[in-house]
Design a protein around this ligand. Structure first.
Ligand code: AMP
Ligand code: MG
Length: 504
């Protein structure tokens, strides 16, 4: 028997048909290869919502055939597995060629969804790595991908998590896992940097044309390019800048710290991608560094919006041979500087239940000041980000702000802020505003210590913690009565001792 057989579709069938748009780009962009099988694989978790999006049936997902495909032990007829090549800047420094070192794109469905295995073995781009992912970090990626989606934050999705007893060596021996990721495309800024850095303009243009035709067709319109000298590639840079700005506004609003915002971890579609040492804030510490390998704090929480701009600048540089005129590239990038603050303010208005911009011409300025004053108070008190916003939402519903105020040591500061908030909020829209807030401020986020609990139990072979957490994170804005005490509470003291590094 071959080591990775192709499975003929039988009942229950995946029902998928393959189109493989990226594979049509040609061999300059990837290496075709098969995933490396793993022994004694088992299913850890699946996402029904991701399965619905992909269009596979629950019976197929539970089948032995699915387990083999989703672990990299077999492929379906029509798939064209490949690892793509990219480069990138890591921690501000040019890192040269990288590529899918442990991710293998199985193919793209005819509905335009790419299916990728993470941890399915070595590729020509593995450099010194083993091509594997450990169960620990794969649990975090699986849970967070689906949690972010449920929070309304653009992200790659996770269809499944499978495991194997095969040992994988990090700081200590761990076991292997594979996450099946889904996205319309896994193309990163680094894909463009790769061809630009080696002066391969034909491939650079081919890639840019592919991305525009597939994902940003509006960039070819006269309207999108009018202020950019009619240049579609400048319009692409602007469109990516705007999507990235919107993404960063959502990260900052929900308190998500990515941890490794290298240009090879930036999606051309503005999706959250590559969940490594990420963290949801517990206490609001603006300069929080979630990645223990990030000694300079380059990717600290409050630096993320600026880093995204820096990364977009790298993308702009890569696209320069196609854009030509520096002024057009600058104009395209400039959009980030207006879209990010506007989207962030919009998110904060949602979180505050402010249904309309305030009256007057300086509404943005005065709402901005209200937000800034609150952020300052939250930072001063090291107040828990998620719990504060949830309590504020409940206070808006009940009119009782005591539980929200209890979170602050600076009672006078809080009272002053509350007064200005009440002046700004329209009392007639209380129910509507509270409803908006309860849909903007989640009760459940994947705090580090909760992920850690799921990991510790899973390491003992108990997946119930993971499954419970998954079900709460799939509906993070709902109350889930009875679950508060453990899953929506403050972090325990030991949470601050968890060290999450790039080791995964
Ligand atoms: P990351 O920091 O996870 O974004 O990874 C940076 C680069 O290292 C990417 O090219 C990855 O594919 C590669 N990489 C990370 N871990 C491994 C591994 N265990 N085996 C092979 N390549 C890896
Ligand atoms: Mg990466």
């Amino acid at each position: 028997m071959p080591s990775h057989p192709t499975i003929a579709e039988a009942a229950p069938s995946s029902g998928l048909r393959w189109h493989n748009g990226f594979a049509a780009l040609g061999s300059a962009f990837f290496t075709e290869l098969q995933p490396t099988p793993l022994p004694a694989t088992y299913l850890v978790a699946t996402s029904e919502s991701a399965a619905r999006w992909l269009g596979v049936s629950p019976p197929w997902l539970r089948s032995e055939a699915a387990l083999q495909v989703l672990s990299g032990n077999a492929t379906l007829a029509g798939m064209r597995p490949l690892a793509s090549v990219y480069s990138g800047h890591q921690f501000g420094v040019w890192a040269g060629q990288l590529g899918d070192g442990r991710a293998i794109l199985l193919g793209e469905t005819d509905a335009g969804i790419e299916v990728q295995l993470k941890g399915a073995g070595r590729t020509p781009y593995s450099r010194g790595g083993d091509g594997r992912a450990v169960l620990r970090s794969s649990i975090r990626e699986f849970l967070c991908s689906e949690a972010m989606h449920a929070l309304g934050v653009p992200t790659t999705r996770a269809l499944s998590l499978t495991g194997s007893p095969a040992p994988v060596y990090r700081e200590e021996a761990e076991t292997a896992a594979v996450v099946t990721r889904l996205a319309p495309s896994f193309i990163r800024f680094g894909h463009f940097e790769h061809f630009a850095s080696s002066g391969r303009q034909a491939e650079l243009q081919q890639l840019a044309d592919y991305v525009i035709d597939r994902y940003y067709p509006e960039c070819r319109s006269a309207e999108a390019t009018a202020h950019l000298g009619g240049n579609a590639y400048a319009a692409l840079l602007q469109a990516v800048s705007e999507r990235t700005a919107a993404l960063l506004a959502q990260w900052q609003a929900v308190g998500f710290c990515h941890g490794v915002m290298n240009t090879d971890n930036m999606s051309i579609l503005g999706l959250t991608i590559d969940y490594g040492p990420f963290q949801f804030l517990d206490a609001f510490v603006p300069g929080h560094i979630c990645n223990h390998s990030d000694h300079q704090g380059r990717y600290a929480f409050n630096r993320q919006p600026n880093v995204a701009y820096w990364n977009l600048f790298c993308l702009g540089q890569a696209l320069m041979p196609l854009i030509g005129d520096t002024a057009h590239a600058q104009a395209a990038l400039e959009s980030y500087k207006t879209v990010f603050p506007a989207r962030f303010l919009a998110r904060m208005r949602d979180k505050l239940g402010l249904l309309q911009p305030g009256p007057g011409t300086d509404a943005d300025q005065s709402d901005g000041a209200l937000v800034d004053a609150l952020l300052q108070l939250l930072a001063q008190g090291g107040v828990d980000w998620t719990i504060f916003w949830r309590r504020l939402s409940q206070a808006r519903a009940s009119g009782d702000y005591e539980a929200a105020g209890d979170l602050f040591l600076d009672r006078d500061g809080w009272k002053r802020w509350l007064l200005s908030f009440k002046e700004r909020s329209d009392p007639t829209d209380q129910a509507l505003a509270a409803d908006l807030m309860l849909k903007a401020n989640p009760k459940f986020v994947l705090r580090n210590h909760l992920g850690e609990e799921a990991i510790r139990a899973a390491t003992r072979g108990d997946f119930t913690v993971l499954h419970t957490l998954q079900s709460l994170l799939e509906r993070p804005f709902e109350e889930h009565a009875g679950q508060d005490a453990h899953w929506a509470d403050f972090p325990p003291d030991w949470a601050s001792t968890i060290e999450i590094s790039c080791s995964s």
